[in-house]
Design a protein around this ligand. Structure first.
Ligand SMILES: Cc1cc2nc3c(=O)[nH]c(=O)nc-3n(C[C@H](O)[C@H](O)[C@H](O)COP(=O)(O)O)c2cc1C
Length: 146
């Protein structure tokens, strides 16, 4: 268990040297360009947090079909990779390290939330119960996506 005396001690994680043991949890920001490229805003955002040591980035789709929300970043085109390279350079310059969290949302995706408007790839058209809106919950109706 980490105590306050070890919290500020350096730590090597899978070959990555960290100056202490604090980390930033992944937080979806929805600030990527519409094509999924993380831009200057993302470099500024992550650069501001470089002193946290280890940054786990927001969920990042590894393919078009993995996208679940608008303006989330991807890492499957040369533009995406270049955008992340600039972010990584900024974080490294600030003394931090960065792991990209890969996130494929599977059937939680919806055609309205992606630039390509395709239905998600899934093993079958099984139904999915989604979180109900307050209004529906009050009427005790289940929210379903078919
Ligand atoms: C706005 C917001 C965006 C989030 N985005 C992600 C994400 O992209 N990936 C992920 O694994 N968790 C995500 N989370 C979960 C946070 O990482 C989580 O809330 C954090 O680890 C703290 O854990 P707790 O909510 O259980 O206290 C998100 C949470 C919030 C509030």
């Amino acid at each position: 268990m980490t105590t306050s005396s070890t919290l500020w001690q350096p730590f090597t994680l899978g070959g990555v040297e960290l100056s202490h043991r604090l980390a930033l949890a992944p937080l979806t920001r929805s600030r990527a360009n519409p094509d999924g490229t993380p831009g200057e805003l993302a470099a500024e955002y992550y650069g501001q947090r470089a002193s946290l040591g280890l940054i786990i980035t927001e969920g990042t789709q590894p393919s078009e079909d993995g996208q679940g929300y608008l303006n989330t970043p991807g890492i499957y085109t040369p533009e995406h990779i270049e955008g992340w390279r600039k972010i990584a350079d900024t974080v490294h310059a600030g003394g931090g390290a960065l792991f990209i969290q890969l996130m494929h949302v599977g059937r939680m995706s919806h055609p309205d939330n992606t630039p390509h408007h395709r239905r998600p790839v899934g093993r079958r058209r099984s139904r999915l119960i989604r979180t109900c809106s307050l209004q529906r919950a009050r009427r005790r109706r289940r929210c379903r996506v078919s």
